[in-house]
Design a protein around this ligand. Structure first.
Ligand code: APR
Ligand code: MG
Ligand code: MG
Length: 196
């Protein structure tokens, strides 16, 4: 998105007609497990492999038939994650920020985050192959590795060197910091290593 600005939900809605809105969500759950019995997993954070070969968050364009941004987001989550997403009910209070740039696309990308229990997140993963978009817009769900392995590269730094759609990489880094899922110093380091 190049030079993008982050604004509140209300400010984004004041941009007026001519702007398209898209809503995506980071769903996460505390995860007590350890990789190899030793590396703390910290949290389970969901992303997806998209139809275009890029990683992104579940969600999509809000259309005029949706009664609100959150209604559009919940419809997209049902299409992309399956009927198990219906009870998630993301609300205005789950909005983390909206990003837009003065590009010809005139797209505002709203970003939400919601904490689930590990059982709820597992149920979503299990049901995801029943989603209408499974195998079409969504090629599969992935969990984001939040740790860095002993070699200093494996885990989050390598994950960040993948291709991400639009501002999804920035949204991920911002949310991991803001929600306290990864310490800021570790995030900055993983970001720097992944760009080498
Ligand atoms: N994750 C995914 N997309 C994002 C993100 C993010 N974190 N942030 C911003 N976007 C932007 C992308 O530029 C994306 O193209 O929002 C746009 C819409 O999101 P999608 O999830 O791709 O839209 P969706 O409504 O689910 O459907 C995809 O869009 O490109 C068309 O024809 C394509 O029918 C398909 C539809
Ligand atoms: Mg979609
Ligand atoms: Mg989508």
């Amino acid at each position: 998105m190049g030079e993008s600005r982050v604004v509140s939900r209300a400010e984004a809605l004041e941009l007026g007609p001519g702007w398209r809105h898209a809503c995506h969500a980071l769903l996460y759950a505390p995860c007590p497990g350890r990789l190899f019995g030793r590396v703390p997993l910290r949290h389970a954070v969901l992303m997806q492999m998209r139809f275009d070969g890029q990683l992104g968050f579940p969600g999509g364009f809000v259309d005029p038939r949706d009664s609100s941004l959150e209604a559009g987001l919940s419809r997209e989550l049902r299409e992309e994650l399956g009927p198990g997403a219906a009870p998630l009910s993301l609300a205005e209070g789950d909005h983390l920020g909206a990003r837009f740039a003065e590009t010809p696309q005139r797209l505002v990308a709203h970003f939400y985050a919601k904490r689930l229990s590990l059982e709820q997140l597992r149920a979503l993963e299990e049901g995801a192959t029943k989603a209408a978009d499974h195998g079409l817009e969504v090629l599969g769900l992935v969990r984001v590795p939040l740790y860095t392995l002993r070699d200093g590269v494996g885990g989050l730094p390598t994950f960040l060197s993948n291709s991400f759609v639009a501002s999804a990489r920035q949204q991920l880094l911002q949310a991991l910091g803001a929600l306290g899922l990864v310490p800021e110093a570790e995030l900055r380091r993983a970001d720097a290593v992944s760009r080498k």
